[in-house]
Design a protein. Structure first.
Ligand code: ZN
Length: 475
């Protein structure tokens, strides 16, 4: 059997909790795409070796919320200082019709390359660029691009059957689909791509873009029933800003999470991006039903949405994962930047609530709100759990060999660390990958992806941005 040995790691975080969050290693053996041993291992004759001296090893990240087409919409001046609702009109909606197959493929490639180079092995993309008469299929392109790089990929099939404005007033690219068309495409995608295996490379998820705005309640209920009948998970946006609370109060006389309860959109097969603004009742309900969160701290900061109550959700029983969200609202859409922000922002959130002793408060607090081990667990095991990839997300014998190996010997930001294990998360910045493995296959080696010419990609991106700007529509 052809085996691979990763040797001499400085530190290993496993993605597990408690004492098991770290293992001494320093070696990991892989055969047939799985981890077969962790410990002090002796190289075998003919075995391939990856030298992990001066390296820290984490499980490859699992990104549970993204919009890859936005990778060519970074830093749009019209949207750079806008909150969510005006930003939607100024940036992503304005550019919907500007994409064709070529620009869409390039955007997907840029986003996936950026993620892979940060140590991400699994990507769930919430793809909602669908409208009647569009002349390319983004879902097929996304699966092709992920496969070309060797990444696991979950297509969350977005879309809408209603819009906030009168349909006749809208440009073609903002018009909704019918429910029949939506469900027929879900079935097509599931038949073509969905693999229910615990280490699947391809998954399909049912994901209307935003429950209060994208479909009628009876349609959302039907969509949930169809998804469950096919064994597909459910995903969407929820409670990103306070405007969700206004919308569901106004339309349904309920909180956003209570509204989702009424349409059968809670459960361990459902996860929502953001969940920033929640009341106590909603947190308890999400926890009791095992409904998950894709925590997107950088996008939530960029759009001034707020900081999600991740600790309270986890304490209530809700699975926690990390998503980078689309690059039109996160100009650092890589997993290292995202987990660095998650680590800092959970602490800042608790610190914000601290009150001086003389005013009756508890004094300083909050520095244990998120440890590096917590953040690694959320970004790896948590994401795999939410996607139902039960053999992915932790470094344990028998699990899929999805492994990120970070070199700490080529960037002064890591020099002087007393506990190298925390370096990639605590020090942040650009990752230096010695290797990234997905299912035991090396897809990044010494910071490079085979077949990806970064100069060519940069040139194509500059050209595509000009093309998209010339095509943008006034909404
Ligand atoms: Zn999003």
């Amino acid at each position: 059997m052809n085996t691979l040995l990763i040797t001499n790691a400085t530190a290993i975080l496993t993605g597990l909790s408690g004492e098991a969050a770290r293992t001494a290693g320093p070696d990991i053996r892989i055969a047939d795409g799985r981890i077969t041993a962790i410990g002090a291992l002796t190289p075998q004759r003919g075995e391939s070796i990856i030298d992990a001296s001066d390296c820290v090893i984490y499980p490859a990240w699992v990104n549970t919320h993204h919009h890859l087409f936005q990778s060519l919409l970074k830093g749009d001046p019209l949207g750079i200082n806008a909150t969510l609702t005006p930003w939607l009109g100024k940036t992503p909606y304005r550019y919907r019709s500007a994409f064709d197959a070529e620009t869409f493929r390039l955007a997907a490639r840029i986003g996936l390359v950026e993620l892979a180079l940060s140590g991400c092995g699994t990507v769930a993309d919430h793809h909602y660029l669908y409208y009647p008469g569009m002349n390319f299929d983004g879902g097929d392109i996304l699966f092709e691009e992920a496969e070309a790089l060797g990444l696991r990929f979950a297509l969350c099939r977005g879309g809408a059957t209603i819009t906030r404005q009168l349909e006749a007033d809208l440009p073609q690219a903002l018009r909704p689909e019918t429910l029949d068309v939506y469900l027929a495409d879900v079935e097509r995608l599931a038949n073509r791509y969905h693999d229910a295996a615990p280490d699947a490379m391809r998954r399909v998820v049912v994901a209307p873009t935003t429950p209060p705005h994208s479909m009628r309640p009876d349609e959302l209920r039907e969509v949930a029933a169809v998804a469950r009948g096919m064994g597909l998970r459910l995903h969407s946006h929820l409670s990103e800003t306070v405007s969700y609370q206004d919308a569901t109060q106004d339309k349904f006389k309920a909180s956003p999470v209570r509204f989702c309860e009424s349409i059968d959109w809670l459960g361990s097969d459902v996860w929502f991006a953001h969940l920033v603004h929640l009341d106590e009742d909603e947190i308890a309900l999400l926890g009791a039903t095992g409904t998950g969160i894709a925590h997107c701290p950088q996008s939530n900061g960029r759009l001034a949405s707020g900081i999600a109550p991740v600790r309270a959700l986890e304490a209530a029983g809700a699975p926690v994962s990390i998503g980078v969200d689309g690059a039109a609202s996160n100009e650092a859409a890589d997993m290292i930047s995202e987990v660095h922000a998650a680590w800092l922002m959970q602490r800042a959130k608790f610190g914000e609530r601290s009150t001086a002793l003389y005013r009756g408060g508890a004094g300083e607090q909050g520095a244990d709100a998120a440890t590096v081990e917590d953040v690694v667990r959320w970004g790896s095991a948590g994401g795999a759990r939410i996607l139902g990839l039960d053999d992915v997300g932790t470094l344990e014998v028998g699990k899929a060999a999805d492994i990120a190996i970070y070199a700490l010997d080529r960037d002064p930001r890591y020099f002087g660390l007393h506990d190298p294990a925390i370096g990639p998360v605590a020090s942040g910045g650009a990752a230096h990958l010695r290797a990234l493995l997905v299912g035991g296959r090396v897809i990044v080696r010494d910071g490079a992806l085979p077949g990806v010419d970064m100069g060519e990609l940069a040139h194509a991106a500059r050209h595509a941005v000009k093309t998209l700007m010339a095509r943008a529509e006034v909404v």
